[in-house]
Design a protein around this ligand. Structure first.
Ligand SMILES: [Zn+2]
Length: 167
């Protein structure tokens, strides 16, 4: 039993994302709108393409408040325990899988909106590094492994997420 993925960012059923591009596209558009809104609310307001990788990182931190995945802190007795028997006061965060997928969609959207692929902030080294750190920490915190999943074909992985959502 692996509850490694939280798909709150992907509110729609994602099993068909490869078979029905429109769903992926609409999710991508929603993500892009959300990010655009985030930029406009920045002080001072920002707009495409005038933002930096640091804003992408801030955006991901901002999204954490809507996260639904419990991430145990190191001092929690359930740190590294996949299925804790009782609740604990650790914070909810965006799961790495959700952030990774989100950044992938935004990266594509950036290119499609005419952004310079050479400086795509969503593909910046600091963003990739951050995602790696999130993945490693969440894997430790939740006692799960993302590595095994990553080797699986993408579609199979998404189907598994759907099964989890239906539970
Ligand atoms: Zn905890």
């Amino acid at each position: 039993m692996d509850l490694g993925y939280e798909t709150s960012m992907e509110s729609t059923n994602s099993s068909s994302s490869s078979s029905s591009p429109s769903r992926y596209e609409s999710q991508k558009r929603r993500d892009w709108d959300t990010f655009g809104q985030y930029l406009r609310n920045n002080k001072p307001p920002l707009s495409f393409p005038h933002f930096h990788p640091s804003h992408v990182l801030e955006f991901m931190h901002y999204l954490d408040q809507f996260g639904k995945t419990k991430i145990h802190i190191q001092t929690c007795p359930y740190f590294g325990v996949p299925n804790p028997p009782t609740a604990c006061p650790c914070p909810f965060r965006q799961a790495w899988g959700s952030l990774d997928a989100l950044v992938g969609r935004l990266r594509a959207a950036y290119d499609e909106h005419g952004g310079n692929p050479q400086i795509n902030p969503f593909g910046a080294p600091e963003v990739r590094r951050f995602l790696r750190e999130v993945r490693d920490f969440q894997a430790k915190s939740r006692g799960i492994s993302y590595e095994k999943k990553r080797k699986r074909p993408k579609q199979q992985q998404e189907e598994q997420e759907d099964q989890q959502e239906q539970v």
